[in-house]
Design a protein around this ligand. Structure first.
Ligand code: HEC
Ligand code: HEC
Length: 465
């Protein structure tokens, strides 16, 4: 019997323990406190719905595709670890969903999901195959003067198009028991209160505001990458991904979370096409579509590949290189940039510059993962002895984030010293998760190692704790 009080700084009534992980874990997903936050119980309710509610459907939840362990997205490597009865694979074991619901081959190979964005009239031919976007930093990436923009083409939500309504569309698309899709029979629709809670939860995820560039980066290659990214006559990235976020300032003003046709659909040799499976063209926003897609934020990109709406490109280097290619430069967006360029050039980058921009995006991603890890570790350190199960959950999430930081930096051959600190931080968090006596001490040491890693990436400034 464990009867230790060393971690228990001020003893609490036992009743606290029944709150399980939800309430506490939630508060820690969020970042800065700038915008008014909904009450944490609403967020907690939304979290529970997101990961556990099947809406009386085929067994899937929102978390079936937006996996907590995979940055609220999903990728082929993660899919390969799932058991055959995971609800992601309903089309493989539920006879009613065998045809025209998913394409299991494309799901397993490329993490592509079937969506009937233009309606359910012709299930055989009218669909698109899309990757699963993470649902992080939605607070910074949904608003535009034309209204809210959700999903890869910005028109993912039914009704008013809002993030709140998105869940209704997701249930109808992804949750039915049969393709009749009759509400009350094949699934139940979320209630107004559930939509509120789901929205509150999703808005609490990830960054609550945009970063301000340039950052005082230490690595010479990422630093040069940042310069090129911000240079409106060279990389031109910042025109659409302002501050590596999802809002554009093309033409001078901030035009919010805008849509563009950047030519991704015209890429040759797209992986899904190479399989010979039917992949109808994706016409983007609206019905019929205008060929445009919505600008995603880039801070979260490096560890949430494959990239673009069709998961066409596996690596972040490849995604940056796309902008140097024919598909982009012959696209409407490419032509717009060329028309505004004194030399008539859209985007032209050389190999070293492509890698430099990718290095910048890798470092941005690692910094965000470090920020989240520190937040999780700090929340975990505050848990008392009776709450050690919750502390462990938070530690586990910090460990996952730290693993991402390591992969993202190592994958670009960047900042080996920071990688060493992050490995230590991960080991310390792992030890803390198993320790009864030394959990607090080990967690504090893990936080120190995270900060050491950050100090390798960026000059410390008073604003950063
Ligand atoms: C079967 C997999 C799957 C399930 C289950 C699923 N989603 Fe998604 N989700 C996707 C895909 C694919 C997209 C891209 C949709 C698009 O481009 O319109 C997406 C997009 C989103 C977006 C848009 C993100 C952005 O950056 O604009 C939100 C929000 C979202 N999902 C929330 C939910 C919620 C809430 C649920 C549960 C009610 C849910 N999803 C269930 C696959 C799924
Ligand atoms: C004209 C606007 C525009 C410009 C300029 C632009 N982007 Fe994009 N970017 C987009 C849009 C729109 C998408 C989504 C396209 C899609 O999925 O079809 C996107 C997607 C991406 C993605 C994939 C993100 C993900 O999560 O899948 C990356 C990476 C990216 N851009 C990096 C860059 C870089 C680096 C530059 C500069 C070299 C740049 N972008 C310039 C509009 C732009």
């Amino acid at each position: 019997m464990r009867k230790v009080v060393q971690c228990d700084r001020s003893p609490q009534p036992v009743a606290v323990a029944v709150g399980v992980t939800i309430v506490v874990a939630m508060a820690t997903f969020s970042a800065c406190q700038t915008p008014p936050r909904p009450p944490s119980d609403l967020i907690a309710k939304g979290k529970n719905l997101f990961f556990n509610e099947t809406f009386k459907g085929n067994g899937r939840t929102c978390g079936t595709c937006h996996r907590a362990e995979a940055n609220l997205s999903i990728n082929p490597a993660f899919i390969a670890t799932l058991p055959p009865n995971d609800p992601l694979f309903v089309a493989e074991f539920n006879p009613d969903l065998k045809k025209n619901f998913e394409n299991p081959k494309l799901m397993r190979q490329f993490a592509l999901i079937l969506e009937n964005l233009d309606g359910f009239e012709d299930l055989e031919k009218q669909f698109v195959m899309r990757g699963v976007p993470h649902v992080l930093s939605l607070r910074t990436s949904v608003n535009s003067p034309q209204g809210p923009r959700t999903g890869w083409s910005g028109d993912g939500a039914p009704g008013d198009g809002s993030l709140r309504s998105f869940a209704t569309g997701a249930v109808i698309q992804h949750f039915p028991k049969t393709l009749n899709r009759v509400a009350g029979v094949d699934f139940r629709l979320p209630t107004a209160e559930e939509l509120d809670a789901l929205e509150a939860f999703q808005l609490s995820l990830g960054r609550q505001q945009d970063v301000t560039l340039p950052l005082p980066l230490k690595g010479i290659v990422p630093k040069r990458g940042q310069e090129i990214f911000l240079d409106n006559s060279l990389g031109k990235c910042n025109l659409c991904h302002s501050n590596a976020g999802a809002t554009a300032n093309l033409g001078g003003g901030n035009i919010g979370n805008a849509n563009f046709n950047t030519g991704v659909e015209t890429l040759p040799d797209q992986p899904a096409d190479l399989t010979g499976e039917l992949v109808p063209p994706d016409d983007g926003f609206g019905k019929p579509g205008d060929g445009t897609f919505n600008t995603p934020p880039l801070v979260e990109a490096a560890d949430t590949g494959p990239f673009f709406h069709n998961n066409a490109i596996e690596t972040i280097e490849g995604a940056v290189a796309f902008y140097d290619g024919e598909s982009f430069n012959n696209s409407p967006a490419g032509h717009t940039l060329a028309a505004a360029d004194p030399e008539g050039v859209g985007i032209e980058l050389d190999g070293t510059q492509i890698v430099a921009i990718a290095a910048f995006l890798r470092v941005m991603n690692a910094l965000e993962n470090i920020r989240q890890s520190i937040e999780l570790l700090e929340a975990s350190a505050q848990k008392r002895f009776m709450e050690r199960q919750q502390a462990k959950e938070l530690l586990k999430r910090a460990i996952t984030e730290t693993g991402d930081s390591i992969r993202v930096l190592k994958g670009g051959g960047l900042h080996p010293q920071a990688v060493a600190h992050l490995k230590k931080a991960k080991e310390l968090a792992e030890d803390a998760a198993c320790s009864i006596f030394s959990r607090h001490r080990l967690t504090e040491q893990a936080i120190e190692e995270q900060k050491n890693a950050r100090n390798e990436l960026v000059e410390s400034s008073p604003a950063r704790s």
